[in-house]
Write a protein that binds this ligand. Structure first.
Ligand SMILES: Cc1cc2nc3c(=O)[nH]c(=O)nc-3n(C[C@H](O)[C@H](O)[C@H](O)COP(=O)(O)O)c2cc1C
Length: 190
């Protein structure tokens, strides 16, 4: 079983970075084989441009996209780690999905409609928020994000979300509460 961590946060002192480290520690402890794509570290170009639309013509896929598609092809489980920014994902990750999850690779159009092409792969999402759990539930933000990420992106491509974890109100809680959150990752069976 191969794991692929896709991580989007620019600050190595962030809580998201601590989450990524903790996930790596758990995977190492469980002797799992994994790779990490740290999207800021690799300076991922998030802008879907004209050249990217040549992907359907054989061998015209840009090299940076080909490389990421290979990582995804080889992975059984994707672990996606990022903060919620403006009720979505950081632009660098959105642009990763725009460019890497391309037609012909992640989904295809056919006479019977749209078909996901990444079946068999499983997805774990770990998100942090500034807002409280109470507000996320009260205003429907949690359900909205779950729906968009699940039905709009990952399961649209026929992957299966096996866990979507939210760590709420990260900037306003105590250090102890954050440590408790990190400890929860220890208990996750990837
Ligand atoms: C550009 C930006 C947009 C943000 N938008 C939201 C938002 O829409 N909803 C929310 O709950 N928090 C929002 N936040 C707060 C972050 O989610 C929060 O600071 C982060 O999850 C904390 O984790 P970190 O310490 O790893 O950055 C935003 C923060 C930034 C920088």
């Amino acid at each position: 079983m191969k794991y692929l961590i896709i991580y989007a946060h620019p600050n190595p002192k962030s809580f998201n970075h601590a989450i990524k480290e903790q996930v790596e520690t758990v995977l190492k402890k469980q002797k799992k084989q994994y790779s990490v794509r740290d999207l800021y570290m690799i300076k991922w170009n998030p802008v879907l441009g004209g050249a990217d639309f040549k992907v359907s013509e054989q061998d015209k896929t840009p090299e940076d996209i080909k490389k990421e598609q290979q990582f995804i092809k080889e992975a059984d489980v994707l672990i996606i780690i990022h903060p919620i920014w403006w009720f979505g994902m950081p632009a660098v990750l959105k642009g990763y999905i725009d460019r890497v999850f391309s037609a012909g690779f992640a989904y295809q159009y056919g006479p019977e409609g749209i078909k996901g092409l990444l079946s068999g792969k499983r997805v774990v999402i770990i998100n942090t928020t500034g807002g409280t759990q109470e507000d996320y539930l009260k205003f429907g933000f949690k359900d909205a994000l779950i729906k968009v990420f699940k039905d709009g992106i990952y399961e649209f491509c026929a992957m299966k979300i096996i866990r979507h974890v939210f760590f709420f109100a990260v900037p306003s809680i105590s250090k102890e509460a954050r440590e408790k959150m990190l400890a929860e990752i220890d208990g996750l069976d990837f």
